[in-house]
Design a protein around this ligand. Structure first.
Ligand code: ZN
Length: 310
C-alpha cells in the first residue's frame, strides 16, 4: 500500500516575490497555521500581462507585497480556487486596483435551509479558516473553460469539487502545470468536511487530476510536486484505506462517529478527535450514498447520526 509522502517547504521569506519557474512567481503571505502550513502562496503567472491566482487573506503585509510585486505589470485576470478566507479575500482589492476580471466556479454556496444537515453551531472545532462569503466572481466558469489565451499564456479551469463544492484548479498549458489550490497539497492531506465538503466528489476529483498527468502541481500551501500522478494516486489510496477502516468499524457494531473515531484514531492526540470526526462523517456520507451503510432513522447523514452497515 503506497502511503503519500509529504514534502516540506523550507526557507520561506515572507513579503518578497520569488521566481519559481520560467513563467511563475510566488509571494507567500505570513499567515502560517495548521491549515495553511507556512502560509498562502499567491501565484503570479506570466510577464508584463500577468494572471494572479488566489490573491490571499486580508493581511496588510501581503497586500503590500503583492502591490510591490505587481508594479509595472498589467493584471489581465484574477483566478480563485475557492472561497476560504486564506484564498479569496484580496481578490476584491486587486480587482478594484486593476479592473481585472475575477474568475471562479462561483461564490461559496449557502446551503438551502432544510436541504442539508446543519452543522452544529459550535462543536468546538476549528475546521478551517472561515469562509469568504463576500466573494462573487465577475466571471463564473465551468470545467474546461479557457480563461486566458495570450501569446504567452493559456489557462483553463479544472473543476475539482470535494474540499469545497466550488473548488477549481487552473492549468497553465505552456508549462504543463496545474495550480491545485487546496485540492492537492504538497505537505498534508486536505480537510474534507461536510456538508459542503464531499468525500465522494473529492476522490473523483483526485482521480481526474491523477489522470491528467501534469508535469508539475503547484499547491497554495507547501512545495510543488513533480510526481503528481503517483502522489495523487497515493492520496486516493490513503482515503480508500481510511474508508475501509470506517466501514469495518460500522460492521463491527460501532454506529456513532465518536465510537468510530475512538477505534481508528486511538493513537492520535485527543485534540484531533473532533476534526477526525468530521472526516469520518465525510466517509460515512459517501458510504451512505453508495448504499453500503444506512442511517438508522433514515435521515440525512449527520455528525450525531447512528449508522448501520447494510
Ligand atoms: Zn481551503
Amino acid at each position: 500500500m503506497s502511503q503519500p509522502v509529504f514534502r516540506t517547504l523550507d526557507d520561506v521569506i515572507y513579503g518578497t516575490v520569488e521566481q519559481v519557474s520560467p513563467l511563475i512567481r510566488r509571494v507567500i503571505a505570513e499567515n502560517p497555521s495548521k491549515f495553511t502550513y507556512r502560509g498562502t502562496g499567491t501565484y503570479i503567472v506570466g510577464h508584463g500581462d500577468v494572471v494572479v491566482i488566489d490573491p490571499g487573506p486580508r493581511l496588510d503585509s501581503h497586500r503590500d507585497a503583492l502591490a510591490a510585486s505587481l508594479a509595472g505589470e498589467r493584471v489581465r485576470a484574477i483566478l480563485v480556487t475557492h472561497c476560504h478566507a486564506d484564498h479569496s479575500p484580496l481578490a476584491a482589492w486587486l480587482r478594484d486596483e486593476t479592473g481585472a476580471p475575477t474568475f471562479a466556479f462561483g461564490p461559496h454556496p449557502r446551503p438551502e435551509p432544510g436541504t442539508e444537515p446543519v452543522e452544529p453551531p459550535d462543536d468546538g472545532v476549528e475546521i478551517e479558516e472561515s469562509t469568504d462569503h463576500d466573494f462573487v466572481p465577475t466571471d463564473a466558469v465551468v470545467d474546461g473553460d479557457i480563461v486566458v489565451a495570450t501569446s504567452e499564456l493559456t489557462m483553463r479551469a479544472v473543476h475539482t469539487p470535494g474540499h469545497t463544492s466550488n473548488h477549481t484548479c487552473w492549468t497553465l498549458a505552456e508549462e504543463s502545470a496545474l495550480f491545485t489550490g487546496d485540492h492537492v497539497m504538497g505537505w498534508s492531506t486536505t480537510v474534507v468536511s461536510p456538508p459542503d465538503g464531499d468525500m465522494g466528489a473529492y476522490i473523483d476529483s483526485l482521480r481526474r487530476v491523477a489522470a491528467r498527468a501534469d508535469s508539475m502541481l503547484w499547491p497554495t500551501h507547501g512545495p510543488p510536486r513533480d510526481d503528481g500522478r503517483s502522489y495523487v494516486e497515493a492520496l486516493v489510496e490513503h482515503r480508500l484505506e481510511r474508508e475501509r477502516g470506517v466501514l469495518d468499524a460500522v460492521r463491527s457494531g460501532r454506529g456513532s462517529i465518536p465510537e468510530i473515531v475512538g477505534l481508528l484514531y486511538a493513537n492520535v492526540r485527543e485534540e484531533l478527535h473532533k476534526p477526525a470526526g468530521r472526516s469520518v462523517w465525510a466517509h460515512l456520507a459517501k458510504l451512505v450514498a453508495e448504499g453500503a451503510v444506512v442511517v438508522e432513522d433514515g435521515s440525512v447523514p449527520g455528525l450525531d447520526s447512528v449508522y448501520r452497515a447494510v
